[in-house]
Ligand binder design. Structure first.
Ligand code: ADP
Ligand code: MG
Length: 697
């Protein structure tokens, strides 16, 4: 049998391959660039390119591509073959240092949010040596950043790298204050848990809504959903297990440390989590994971659906961003240790995160805002749309003691009692978990849970890194120049806790009372994408991004425009799909069925015959529903057409939220009721029952 260790990372131009294939000088120089960010020498680039090409072609690659992450949120690639000809016209394989370092895709069709007019199509991709190149199919993929001719970031990677540099710089200043003189940089590390649905492809293809929009726009609730909690962590069924096995192998080959897999709460829903790594690589890996999930699913006659809320009435799919800070010599700065009360450095970092999340809660919300996620956040499953932080009982007690200058008594870890002698004894964690908090401390990292399944994790980490780095900068300024370090530190912690404790909440985030409590505390509650998106440009945010060097104002504006434009397009496609399904599938089917009932009724309930109550009642209700559907369909069409001409994206997105979506909901309600009254074999496409329960048999 093949062993994992034999093929793990076999398609990655990783450190082992580099060491083996590059001269010690070239290897050393490249390592310096990767680890310390020093500028890359042209000769080094040429030598690396040559080695990469040899390695890639030996592994069957014929092409190379600069793999980048434009603002569409997915990855992009343009393939060039290695083929070239020598002076005699003979074919040779070539890949130069220049081609490795720089690319110039004519990328005028990518959204730039006004950063670039289409006639100024010039955009550059630049090699990111901190993320390993890899082979996908027959193509060598080189992770790159993507910028405009004027140097504005047109992608998700550039700001991410900027934010990583910003936080590294400030975190270093802090650890120096605590006597750490050898750390050279501080990395943010991320582990992204990915949720998804698996649906039978044949059924999926029969649903225009799934095909065009990724979510069901119609569909009555089946008799059984997730009430019994029998799917969560349930035994994995054979067809799904085969998919997971195949997927793991593909992921391992490209060096992704796929680790945990289980069934999720909703039927047909699953989760995959890799082992965490530095943010940049984690982001690339997550993009690649989503791509491979879909590719592998297709091989198994399945569709891997990554929409935030594909089905009403059962959980949607999110992505958890587990985040921590680590020095290059391996110290996790968010690890409290056994005695957090005495761990001043940890407490300082903790307070920095608290302050950052409180001051920039809007940015975290924005980083998870999409039309799809609007259906998820605040529904009874994902975290609410209000950002708050969970710390757990032990840390809360520590912070209370600091804030009030009261003595702190350590929580002793209790032995876990199962009440069965033969079971192993171990010490219980000092605090329980909280599953409803959007931003939870989970032992040595923070877990941000608002992200929707399909989103790139880049945006969230950009916001988080930038905000925390800005706060750390303020802390360092204050502590570096104070007269008495210990006193100043204590004051700083105390002040921060007092000022920002409103963001801390350990209770049930799904509880309605929390919404009111949060409002009293002055915490923002942005329910929808149009509600929050323009706050990206708020003065405090624009200033913070300028201070940290992560986004220019023009870059922020472009992102705001693109996200709103994306919202408008997403909902518009949904509306158009509903019109189509309603007019060409649902209404004709319901009309035919109700006509059939009426015909039966007429035939059998003539004079002297028994009245057919069922036919009469059902046909009547279906006719009423048909009238509602017809009216709502026409109204949807009218509003849709009216809104089309609004030019301003903010105005347009608000109008969609206020005028279009309510009509879509009313149309769906009527159609869903009609579904429950129509004979199964007369319904024009597979129902929830089939979609959700067929794969897991
Ligand atoms: P749960 O579902 O309980 O949150 P999982 O094991 O599914 O836990 O996922 C936890 C994720 O957090 C994994 O991707 C793991 O690698 C990651 N993780 C663990 N420690 C850290 C850390 N220090 N920094 C960032 N991520 C971490
Ligand atoms: Mg988790």
């Amino acid at each position: 049998m093949e062993r994992i260790t034999d093929y793990f990372g076999c398609l990655v131009f990783n450190d082992t391959v580099m060491k083996a294939r590059l001269s010690p000088e070239v290897y050393g120089s490249l390592k310096k660039t990767i680890e310390e960010g020093s500028a890359l020498d042209n000769n080094v680039a040429s030598a690396v390119a040559e080695a990469m090409k040899d390695w890639a072609t030996e592994h069957g690659a014929t092409h190379f591509t600069h793999w980048f992450q434009p603002l569409t949120g997915i990855t992009a690639e343009k393939h060039d073959s290695f083929v070239s000809s020598d002076k005699e016209g003979k074919v040779i394989l070539e890949f130069s240092g220049k081609e490795l370092i720089k690319g110039e895709p004519d990328a005028s069709s990518f959204p730039s949010g006004g950063l670039r007019a289409t006639f100024e199509a010039r955009g550059y991709t630049a090699w990111d040596p901190t993320s390993y190149a890899f082979i996908k199919g027959k193509t060598l993929c080189i992770p790159t950043a993507f910028c405009s001719y004027g140097g504005e970031a047109l992608d998700k990677k550039t700001p991410l790298l900027r934010s990583m540099e910003a936080i590294s710089k400030q975190a270093l200043r802090i650890v120096r204050l605590f006597g750490n003189t050898d750390a050279k940089h501080v990395d943010t590390c991320v582990g992204a848990e990915q949720e998804y649905f698996l649906i039978d492809k044949e059924m999926y293809d029969k649903r225009k809504d799934l095909v065009f929009t990724g979510r069901t726009l119609f569909g009555a609730k089946p008799p059984k959903g997730q009430e019994l909690d029998d799917h969560y962590f349930g035994a994995i069924k054979p067809r799904v297990a085969e998919f997971m096995e195949d997927l793991d192998k593909e992921l391992w080959k490209v060096g992704i440390l796929a680790k945990t897999e289980h069934n999720e709460a909703a039927p047909a829903q699953h989760e995959l989590a890799p082992i965490y790594t530095t943010t940049n690589t984690a982001t690339d890996h997550n993009q690649l994971t989503m791509e491979l999930m879909q590719k592998v699913a297709a091989r198994h006659g399945l569709v891997c659906n990554l929409h935030e809320k594909p089905f009403a009435g059962v959980n949607g799919s999110g992505k958890h961003n587990n985040w921590s800070l680590r020095t290059d010599n391996g110290v996790n700065l968010l690890k409290p240790g056994d005695t957090p009360y005495e761990n001043a450095q940890f407490l300082l970092f903790l307070c920095a995160v608290i302050k950052a999340v409180d001051e920039y809660a809007d940015l975290l919300r924005i980083s998870s805002a999409t039309a799809g996620n609007d259906h998820r956040l605040g529904a009874n499953e994902a975290p609410p749309a209000i950002v708050s932080m969970f710390l757990g009982s032990e840390l809360t007690a520590v912070l209370n003691a600091i804030e009030n200058d009261t003595p702190y008594s350590k929580t002793e870890r209790m032995e876990m009692l199962f009440g069965v002698d033969s079971l192993p004894k171990f010490l219980r964690d000092t605090t329980d978990r909280n599953r409803t908090s959007p931003f939870a401390f989970t032992g040595n990292k923070f877990e941000f849970r608002m992200l929707g399944a399909p989103s790139s994790i880049a945006d969230t980490n950009v916001m988080l890194n930038a905000a925390v780095s800005d706060v750390l900068c303020g802390f360092a300024d204050r502590l570096e120049n104070c007269a008495d370090f210990d006193t100043e530190l204590h004051e700083l912690l105390k002040e921060t806790i007092k000022e920002h404790k409103r963001i801390l909440f350990d209770g049930n985030g799904y509880d309605g009372a929390w919404v009111q409590e949060a409002e009293k505390r002055g915490l923002p509650n942005f329910r929808t994408t149009p509600d929050c998106m323009t706050h990206l440009l708020d003065e405090k945010n624009a200033e913070m991004f300028a201070r940290t060097g992560v986004f220019s104002l023009a870059e922020l504006r472009s992102r705001c425009d693109i996200m709103l434009d994306n919202y408008i397009k997403t909902v518009s496609i949904e509306a158009a799909t509903m019109l189509d399904m309603s007019r060409r599938q649902i209404m004709p089917a319901v009309s035919a069925y109700s006509a059939e009932l009426t015909a039966r009724y007429d035939k059998k309930s003539g004079v002297g015959k028994i009245p057919f109550k069922y036919e009469m009642k059902t046909a009547r209700r279906l006719s009423e529903l048909l009238d509602v559907m017809a009216d709502k369909t026409d109204e949807l069409d009218t509003v849709f057409t009216q809104l089309k001409d609004i030019e301003d994206v903010t105005e347009h997105s608000c109008a969609i939220r206020d005028r279009l979506i309510p009509v879509m909901e009313a149309l769906r309600a009527a159609a869903d009721e009609a579904e429950t009254l129509t004979a199964e074999d007369c319904w024009p496409f597979p129902t929830y029952e089939k979609l959700l329960f067929s794969v897991n048999l």
